[in-house]
Every structure is written in C-alpha cells, then in structure tokens.
Write a protein that binds this ligand. Structure first.
Ligand code: 13P
Ligand code: SF4
Length: 334
C-alpha cells in the first residue's frame, strides 16, 4: 500500500521516472509477466520508441488502435500513445481500466482546440456539421457530429451529402488536403501538429535530387506545399503498407520518426530516410509521444497508474461521434 502511495505521489507531483527500478531486472520479461498476471493488453502507436513497439500486443494508427480498443476482452488497456488516444479507449470501454504511462503525454494538435473557444467558433456557423479529427479532447468530440482519423477522413467527409456545410477541426492541413480531394469547401479550424509542420521543403527537394530513385511519402498532417511533392500520402498504417508493397527500395518519410522502426523491421533491405526538419534539432520526434518510456510502461503496469478517469456525461457525449465513425469505417471495410 505504501508502495502505491509513493507511486501516486510520484506520478502526480514529479513524474514517474524518479522511482527506483532495479537496474538488473529484465523489463521486457517483467512486462510480459505483468500482462499475463493482470490480463492486460498493450496498444502502441507507431510513434512510440522502438522498445515499446517491440513489447506491444498491437501497433497501429489511430483508427486501428481505436478499433482494437473497442474489441479487446482484456481487463486492462495499457495505452502507449498520447492522452487523446487513451481517452478514446476509455470512452469506448468504461468498464475497463485504461492506463497511460505518462499522463502528460498530450498533443499539440489537440491543444490547439480548447473546447470553450471551439464552441463559440461553432456558433458562428449554424447549419454546419462538425467533423473532428480524432486528435482532439473529449470536450471537442462531444461538440462534434462525426470523428475521423487520417485513414478514413476522406470517406467520412464523403458520407455527408455534397451540399452539407461542414466544419473540420482541429487540423487545418488534413482539412485542406481533404477539401482538395473532395472539392468541398469545409470551414477549417486553425490547428496543426508541431511535428508535421516542421519539415523543410527546401531540404526535402535537395534530398530528392540526391536520391532520385527514392519515393517521397508523407502524412496528411503535413503542409500542402510538402504534400504537393509527395508520391504517396497516407496515415501511418498507409505509409507503412506503401513501403511494404512498393517496388522502390528507398523512401523519404515525412512523418514522426517512430514509424521507421516498423518500416525497417518489415523491409530490412530497404532504405528509409527521415524527411529533414527546417532546423538542426530532432524536431520530427514527437515530444509528447516520446514522454512514454519502457520504464514508465513497466511502472504503470505494476502500479496500475496513471489511470484515465472520465466524467460519465462527457464520455457518453464524446462516444456518439466515435461510434458513428466506427460504423461508417466498417461499412467501407476500413
Ligand atoms: P495516424 O495514427 O492516423 O496516422 O495519425 C498520426 C498522428 O499524428 C497521431 O498522433
Ligand atoms: Fe499530436 Fe503531432 Fe504528436 Fe501526433 S505527432 S501526437 S498529432 S503532436
């Protein structure tokens, strides 16, 4: 009990990593043991560090993770991702314990849309349906008609009649990309992902010249000037599948660098080059995703903390547009 109290205070006051972990224990083996003992499943996003991906039961993009979370019969869902992802898992599974190794793992895109401001924004556009990218808080989801992810955004938008006015939030880049693809004129909330806006078009063009055989692939959260140069645009799962099936042996990859681990694992003989940021730091590592570590994952499973706790009224309001997304996705076989 004292142990748990120490864990609680560490998590909420100063963070998990200051706790002592015996340096000789095999974290991979301990995590496997905890999974079995507690009937826990680890769901990880492709942007997690390689060690976490390697210990996960399922690795996927935001849609795949939400679908997996909806279907699991585990008692505990350990979400190796960011807060909105774990929150989505909790919204879908009120009876299960949902853990996030670091509660501070947020998302710049989600933070760009505070629900109070968004409510006022929405009031300016009567008659509009709201489609929100899953990278948003439960508060924004509750104000939305349908949720989408980067792998189903096109289909979700097309599920509404062509003359239906739409607000798309919070990612202006994904919204602009879908506007272009569908010929719609959705009103866009002015949000963006700090990682996907950091790529330097100038450096990418130089890299393409130096590697003329390489395919340039990009996530739709990137700016339109970057997307305009891409040979393929898709969600993280889409990008991974493209590298597996395409005959090219070199790829310049414009998304968070975590995905390169799976690309390299699946195609060990191919070469993957991270698209360069517009400065010399490692800014295409998501600082939020990378807050999770194997050590925090282990401690979180051991102490079953930090846990995602939700207000029931908010949960129900946020669930409705997620359920609709999952239903439409299933209709399209996504
Ligand atoms: P997907 O998981 O839909 O590819 O989105 C990437 C992302 O930025 C998640 O935070
Ligand atoms: Fe959010 Fe961007 Fe990080 Fe994804 S990569 S979690 S959108 S900040």
């Amino acid at each position: 009990m004292a142990d748990i109290n120490i864990a609680k205070s560490q998590i909420f006051d100063v963070g998990f990593l200051d706790m002592d972990i015996d340096p000789i224990i095999d974290l991979f083996a301990e995590i496997e043991k905890l999974k079995k003992e507690k009937n826990a499943i680890i769901l990880a996003h492709y942007y997690q560090e390689p060690d976490i991906q390697d210990v996960a039961d399922y690795i996927g993009d935001s849609l795949g993770l939400a679908q997996k979370a909806e279907r699991t019969d585990a008692d505990i869902i350990v979400f190796a991702g960011v807060h909105f992802m774990a929150e989505t898992a909790k919204i879908l599974n009120p009876g299960k314990k949902v853990l996030l190794p670091d509660l501070k793992a947020g998302c710049s895109l989600s933070d760009s849309a505070p629900s109070g401001l968004f409510k006022l924004f929405k009031e300016k556009y009567p008659g509009h349906k709201v489609i929100s990218y899953i990278n948003c808080s439960a508060g924004i989801k509750a104000l939305s008609d349908i949720i989408c992810t980067s792998s189903n955004a096109h289909k979700i938008v097309e599920s509404l009649p062509g003359d239906q006015p739409i607000i798309f939030a919070p990612d202006k880049n994904l919204g602009a990309y879908i506007n272009k693809k569908t010929g719609r004129n959705m009103v866009l909330w002015n949000g963006a992902c700090m990682v996907h806006e950091i790529f330097s078009l100038e450096k990418i063009m130089k890299l393409k010249k130096r590697n003329p055989e390489a395919k340039f692939i990009a996530h739709p959260e990137c700016e339109d000037i970057v997307l305009a140069e891409a040979d393929y645009i898709g969600s993280t799962t889409g990008l991974l599948n493209f590298t597996k099936s395409n005959v090219a042996t070199e790829f310049i990859v414009a998304t968070e660098t975590g995905i390169l681990h799976q690309m390299q694992k699946n195609s060990p003989d191919k070469v993957f080059i991270p698209a360069p940021p517009n400065n010399s730091c490692a800014c295409n590592d998501c600082p939020h995703m990378k807050l999770n570590t194997l050590e925090k994952l282990y401690l979180c499973m051991k102490y079953e903390l930090p846990e995602i706790i939700m207000d029931e009224e908010l949960r129900l309001a946020a669930k409705r547009p997620i359920d609709l997304m999952l239903k439409i996705s299933a209709q399209y076989g996504l």
